[in-house]
Design a protein around this ligand. Structure first.
Ligand code: SAM
Length: 284
């Protein structure tokens, strides 16, 4: 079959079901699934694929018609310079989250010990361990199936030795803290809004990675109140990713437990996306 005919056919179908950028997604899919590079797709006007290739790509395009995201169909995601596997139990890391890594780099702390709460695919911890090869990290998640995948991703990206993966509920297992940095991108969507999200999100990201409770900020409350009950052996910086309308509430929660020097940082779309603060060493 001629590639251009297949693309034209599915572009119409995909546009009809509400997939924006259908053309580019298809081009990437041809690259990922059939290994036909972009240049060939654009330059060879009468490029054809055989029956086996046609069956395979149509199967994937039909999944996309059902609004399954491109990264889930291809089973992988690029996060900064890391290639990560995905599975149906794992949140697919987002582009805007990549910035959290830059924020940490810009702190110029050269951290030795990092804690990530709710690691999902391992994206943030893996990226940080590549940047700070002398650092160690504890990466937690309540979802064991996600943690298994995160371990695989860490192995594939050669940082497994630096990360200790632990299955737990936020801060439950921790007593004393001597982390330089604590980072979390917890679930932050209001429960009532989840049903209105795009199908790519509500049907394919695990609910436990999305649901922030009635107010959307349940996880921040649990983490921040939890932190307040721990003993800190050194000053730690805490960095949260937040929903764009949550900065005031989260900052307020942080200030209430004396997390100092809070700062809200915007993402590349000018949305308030991160809050950071300093937890000072506990008095003995
Ligand atoms: C929005 S996802 C973020 C995943 C990953 N850090 C990222 O940025 O791609 C939130 C993560 O928090 C985890 N999570 C939800 N509730 C949790 C809890 N009570 N304790 C620990 N992790 C939890 C979810 O399983 C999910 O992996």
């Amino acid at each position: 079959m001629l590639v251009k005919n297949l693309i034209a056919l599915y572009q119409k179908k995909l546009n009809k079901v509400g997939v924006h950028n259908a053309l580019w997604e298809m081009r990437f899919m041809f690259k990922e699934i059939l290994n036909i590079d972009l240049a060939s797709q654009l330059l060879e006007k009468d490029l054809t694929i055989n029956n086996t290739q046609e069956k395979l790509i149509k199967k994937c395009l039909d999944r996309r018609l059902k609004r399954e995201p491109f990264d889930r169909i291809c089973n992988k995601k690029i996060f900064r310079d890391s290639e990560l596997l995905l599975n149906p139990y794992t949140f697919s890391p987002r582009k805007e989250t990549e910035l959290i890594v830059d924020i940490i780099i810009n702190l110029k702390l050269n951290p030795k010990k990092i804690l990530e709460l709710g690691t999902g695919s391992g994206a943030i911890s893996i990226a940080l361990m590549k940047i700070f090869p002398k650092a160690k990290c504890i990466a937690t998640d309540i979802n064991n199936r996600s943690l298994k995948l995160a371990k695989k991703n860490a192995k594939n990206n050669n940082v497994f030795e630096q990360i200790n993966f632990i299955c737990c509920n936020w801060l439950d297992i921790f007593v004393n803290f001597d982390f330089d940095i604590i980072v979390a991108n917890p679930p932050y969507i209001k429960s009532e809004v989840i049903g209105k999200l795009d199908p790519e999100v509500r049907c394919f990201d695990p609910i436990i990675s999305l649901d922030g409770g009635k107010s959307g900020i349940d996880s921040y409350k649990k983490i921040i109140l939890g932190l307040d009950q721990k003993t800190f052996y050194k000053n730690s910086i805490i960095i949260f990713e937040i929903g764009n309308d949550q900065s005031q509430e989260v900052e307020k929660l942080m200030k209430e437990v004396n997390i100092m020097k809070t700062q809200v940082i915007k993402d590349y779309s000018n949305q308030k996306r991160f809050v950071l603060g300093t937890i000072t060493k506990s008095k003995t």
